[in-house]
Design a protein around this ligand. Structure first.
Ligand SMILES: [Ca+2]
Ligand SMILES: [Ca+2]
Length: 66
């Protein structure tokens, strides 16, 4: 299991295998850099390659490993 997979599972609070904008907001709060839900939704849209409105582990990995 690679590092980004473990990070993904930490961020994915409800363990549904997708990171939602709400989970992204929680992550940024934990990191001490709170963002609005709107900003998180923008971020999700930028990472979201298949257009389902959520970040899956592959989309997350593509972001982390850039
Ligand atoms: Ca989730
Ligand atoms: Ca997606």
């Amino acid at each position: 299991m690679s590092d980004y997979t473990m990070t993904f599972e930490l961020v994915d609070a409800d363990n549904d295998g997708r990171i939602s904008a709400v989970e992204l907001v929680r992550l940024m709060e934990v990191l001490g850099q709170p963002v609005t839900l709107e900003a998180a939704q923008d971020g999700v849209r930028r990472l979201d390659k298949d257009g389902d409105g959520l970040i899956d582990v592959e989309e997350f990995g593509a972001f982390i490993q850039r």
